[in-house]
Design a protein around this ligand. Structure first.
Ligand SMILES: Cc1ncc(COP(=O)(O)O)c(C=O)c1O
Length: 382
């Protein structure tokens, strides 16, 4: 049907409020002029609120991967030891970024579906000498796992004088992440996930402690040189021409986020995640992660034996107008992943559960239609 919009329940990009989309068609302004300076100030102040930081934040015109590359390349010199827990595709990619930078990776392998715990990291930092940083994915999008020990890991890193670099791409704005309180030195997220903004921007927070390390980094990157960003920020500008339409969109979405309040936003994500997990149980499906590691922003479901996830997704999209994702790489066929992000509410949650149970029924998987919906509704109407 022409003009009808799908519900985008991917693990990013996600659904975007109309006013955020409309903000992008505002006229172009001088990125070195007073209108931009006011915009820059407002956006960075609101971003500090999201990161819960009093330190510096920057907005980069790149996807989140660029933001992570920025973090790594500003602190890791050739030969520096970096601990990287690997428990999914994005932590694997984080490891690769450190290797490409010439860092020496100390890998902590963790079974997919589980998250690294503080005891394991402590063991490594007690053994290894001269560790420069721990680089960690807070929310592993490929498996639907959140590192609930992050605050404890931050404490260990502080005590040992080790930098903490966090990929929070699929969680910032959707779950707790007070970077100052938890001792996160460099934290990166993307615009297209829990911030409910179009793709194309990365955001990064930089702690005071991180600056000392950044200043000592020998081969500084060019486009992502954070010292350049810090210098330009004194003029309330970016070093190079920013994507103005995306800045407008980020401004709008952060204003909405601020109005809602972080605490309310986290509770909304948590409630919708709870509704998804209850519905999954009622449909006799299994979430992929172990219970204590389950994410509130990515719902990863084990596809039951005999069910073709490509077919289920196709039916969900074409018949019920809901788009969800499959798995990544070796989990490609075995997972269904749903983004519980951004503007997620009862409406999007119930529509997705309904589409899922109907699509499963359509592929002759034995589900009681309505069972998932009934459980989810209980959560919303308790
Ligand atoms: C945890 C995590 N890190 C990094 C990325 C890469 O983000 P982008 O595609 O915006 O570069 C993603 C994207 O899904 C992600 O989920």
């Amino acid at each position: 049907m022409k003009g009808k919009k799908h519900l985008i329940m991917l693990p990013g990009p996600t659904n975007i409020p109309d006013q955020v989309m409309r903000a992008m068609i505002k006229p172009i302004i001088n990125h070195r002029g007073p209108e931009f300076h006011a915009l820059y100030e407002r956006v960075t102040e609101n971003l500090k609120y999201v990161f819960q930081t009093r330190d510096d934040v920057f907005i980069l015109t790149s996807s989140s991967t660029g933001g992570i590359e920025c973090a790594i390349s500003n602190v890791v010199n050739s030969g520096d030891k970096v601990i990287v827990p690997v428990f999914g595709v994005f932590s694997e990619r984080l490891k690769d970024k450190v290797i490409r930078r010439g860092g020496e990776v100390i890998e902590l392998p963790v079974e997919f579906g589980k998250a690294p715990i503080v005891e394991d990291l402590k063991q490594i930092v007690d053994l290894e000498k001269n560790v420069k940083a721990i680089a960690l994915v807070y929310n592993e999008t490929s498996t639907g796992v959140t590192v609930r020990d992050l605050p404890k890991i931050g404490k260990v890193a502080r005590e040992k004088g080790i930098m903490l670099i966090v990929d929070a791409v699929s969680i910032l704005g959707g779950d707790y992440l007070p970077v100052d309180e938890w001792g996160v030195d460099l934290c990166v997220a993307g615009s297209q996930k829990c911030l409910a903004c179009p793709p194309g921007l990365a955001v990064i927070s930089v702690s005071k402690r991180a600056w000392e390390t950044i200043e000592d980094t020998t081969a500084k990157p060019y486009y992502f040189d954070l010292i350049n960003f810090r210098e330009s920020s004194k003029r309330r500008e970016n070093p190079t021409t920013p994507s103005l339409p995306l800045f407008y969109a980020l401004d709008e979405t952060l204003t909405l986020l601020h109005e809602e309040g972080l605490e309310n936003r986290f509770k909304r994500h948590e409630k919708c995640a709870r509704a998804f997990y209850s519905a999954i149980k009622a449909l006799r499906l299994m979430p992929f992660p172990k219970e204590k590691f389950r994410s509130n922003t990515i719902i990863a479901i084990d596809v039951p034996a005999g069910v073709d996830n490509t077919e289920v997704r196709k039916i969900m999209k074409e018949k019920y107008w809901v788009i969800v994702a499959g798995g990544h790489e070796k989990l490609k066929q075995s997972l269904l992943r749903i983004g519980c992000m951004g503007i997620i509410s009862e409406k999007e949650t119930l529509l997705t559960i309904s589409a899922l149970e109907n699509a499963l029924n359509d592929v002759n998987y034995p589900v009681e239609i309505g069972a998932g919906m009934a459980e989810a509704q209980q959560i919303f109407h308790l």
